[in-house]
Design a protein around this ligand. Structure first.
Ligand code: FE
Length: 364
């Protein structure tokens, strides 16, 4: 009886631990094994026989959970996830080959590169991924794969910017817009990627001048996330902001934020020249992956029409898989020309871009 009770307690402990933090779960299992060899044998059969895959995710639970649930339903493979806004690449690096993580999901391209630089990524060869993801949005050597696309847009106040609207990122440095612009920190990945793309197209000096010009036009010290900039426009604090396209969809779907979204018009920048700057969310396989074949199955699923539809409908992103259309709302924004310079050519300037933000004192 005592043995039975202990088994039940330990099984409950494992099940509850799995969802929160499987690294912690591992520790608990090890402790349980140390307590009893008999229980240990039972446990190893119980806890490890189930097929699973472990994910470190910079992408948020509301978006990822429905996709993982659908994957588990189709394959029977459980997905254990650790969500965090920061520090997952550093965590992978410090855990090294003992890391429980099989996959890292990122919300931008710079983080993919940070993971590659940290030497925690392993290449994947998969015909499914090669078919589902256009070559521009995956590494030729299989180190990274894009999963969704988003445009970095200019938004302007419907009420106060009725004429002389900016049409390019370069326009944002024009003194006519002095005191009118709001952005998030110049050191945030989304801003760093945009600055890196300006460096890639125009060179360091031009980019420094540009960023310094945008800084001179700021209405306030950079703060908050992308949506906070639109809120600031709706409240009259500024007239122009830069945001990722999907935030527009998310605000329109939120009762408390719909008024912010309705206070602005969208502009797809640089339509007459290089096109609008795009970024991706993506996935990499970790070097430590212990569930490699399940991890690749999940990667393939994330690029499938099923998962891409969820990304499109739940988060208003542009599907990377061309067999899937954007959501109706996103389609209503129209077609546009986007910058086709390979992301690797942009991202190699990410450290320079971050340094430029310091040099021009962007955040102060
Ligand atoms: Fe985002």
């Amino acid at each position: 009886m005592w043995l039975l009770m202990r088994m039940i307690r330990i099984t409950i402990c494992i099940k509850s631990g799995k969802l929160e933090d499987f690294a912690n779960m591992k520790t608990r299992i090890i402790a349980a094994l140390a307590c009893s060899t008999i229980l240990g044998t039972l446990l190893s059969t119980n806890a490890f026989s189930a097929e699973s895959v472990n994910v470190y995710s910079y992408r948020q639970p509301f978006l990822i959970a429905p996709i993982f649930d659908s994957f588990t339903k189709q394959t029977g493979i459980k997905v254990n996830t650790v969500f965090a806004k920061k520090g997952l690449v550093e965590r992978l690096k410090s855990e090294g080959k003992n890391s429980p993580a099989d996959l890292l999901l990122t919300s931008d391209f710079n983080t993919i590169n940070a993971a590659i630089d940290a030497d925690v990524v392993e290449a994947v060869t998969s015909d499914v991924l090669s078919v589902n993801i256009p070559a521009q949005f995956r590494d030729p050597d299989g180190l990274w794969f894009g999963l969704t696309n988003r445009a970095r847009l200019i938004v302007v106040s419907k009420e106060r910017m009725t004429q002389n609207r900016p049409e390019t990122y370069e326009d944002l440095a024009d003194p006519t817009y002095k005191g009118k612009i709001c952005t998030r920190s110049g050191k945030h990945n989304y801003m760093v990627a945009l600055t890196a793309s300006v460096i890639a197209h125009a060179g360091q000096d031009a980019a420094r001048k540009w960023l310094s010009g945008v800084k001179d036009n700021l209405a306030r010290k950079p703060q908050g996330n992308d949506r906070a900039q639109v809120k600031a426009i709706s409240q009259g604090e500024c007239d122009i902001a830069i945001i990722n396209s999907y935030y527009m969809g998310k605000m329109l779907a939120d009762d408390k934020q719909i008024a912010w979204a309705n206070s602005v018009d969208l502009i797809f920048p640089n339509q007459a020249d290089r096109g609008t700057h795009m970024n991706i969310s993506g996935v990499v396989l970790t070097k430590s992956a212990g569930n490699k074949s399940n991890a690749i199955k999940l990667m393939e699923y994330l690029s499938s029409a099923d998962a891409q539809k969820i990304y499109a409908e739940v988060n208003y992103e542009y599907p990377i898989n061309k067999s899937v259309s954007p959501s109706e709302l996103v389609q209503s924004w129209g077609d546009f020309t986007y910058d086709t310079l390979p992301l690797t050519q942009v991202s190699k300037y990410r450290n320079d871009a971050s340094r430029l933000a310091d040099e021009v004192n962007y955040d102060y």
